[in-house]
Design a protein around this ligand. Sequence first.
Ligand code: NAP
Length: 300
Amino acid sequence: MIKGTTKLLGVIGHPVEHSLSPAMHNAAISHLGVDFVYLPFPIKPGDLKAALAGFAAIGVRGFSITIPHKQAILPLLSEVSPIARSIGAVNTVYLTDKGWCGTNTDVEGFLAPLQTPPTPPDQGGARGGSDWSQKVAVILGNGGAARAVVAGCAQLGCAEIHVVGRSEQNLAEFQQSWVNSPMPVQNLQVHTWENLSMLISQADLLVNTTPVGMYPQGEKSPVADGALNRISAGAIVYDLIYNPNPTQFLKDAQLRGARAIDGLEMLVQQGAAALKIWLHKESVPVDVMRQALRQHLGLS
Ligand code: NAP
């Protein structure tokens, strides 16, 4: 129930109407019985600075950030975590004595299903395994989400990290940005899509960070049928897309014996990591958050 004492959290973006975050966070807030509410705030690009001042004035405790503010907010913050600086994007902002501080919980979200013991496919199909030092990661796409995935693969300690993209110039800039990063990644190689089938045969972890196959184009896959024949049985194939669930890419991979992880768990876990920061709690009800998202997406 909203009362005179209720503290505000929310998500800023433009557009923000389709955000799944309010459903996920309010389900957890209600389950915990804490005096918070999480609201969508549609903020136009030119209004970001004014919104931050307004949020401070009305006592907002923290907020999530989605397109188009993830990079633009960086110079407006008092502190930015090294991980957010490396990725070049902030997805979570919280208030401290110093002012607004930013971090990025996407890496934590991406890693969570790779680090936990196996769970049923209807809960994200998470996979365990702790020694990544001999493993080869292949990442499709070189946009914003790919940056969190590269940072995650570096944290896992992957032997080789390969990024596949469309533009040689973007790829070269992407690679260079990791050399000069606060958290440098040395073992990163970049490739155009022509090299994909050779890379797939070496991959222990294959991650789609492109939007290809996302609703309403759920019949598409970033990897042409046939190229996936080279994936080794037992490799992990991870799609950041959570709608449809599973994607065509994951269905094709599973048919070839690969182990599939969908993007829903990353979404849940990046949200859980943010909620822990805002509520100063060591744990939040991840199951409740996952269930709220599944219901919202019509998956259960
Ligand atoms: P982004 O910054 O726009 O990057 C998209 C990347 O995909 C770019 O490298 C782009 O290549 C590439 N791409 C786009 N269309 C392509 C095509 N037809 N063929 C080949 N490559 C293509 O987007 P993003 O923020 O990284 O998000 C990407 C996806 O990840 C979205 O589906 C998003 O929903 C998902 N995501 C999920 C989570 C989660 O929690 N599960 C979190 C973040 C993102 P160019 O550079 O050549 O344009």
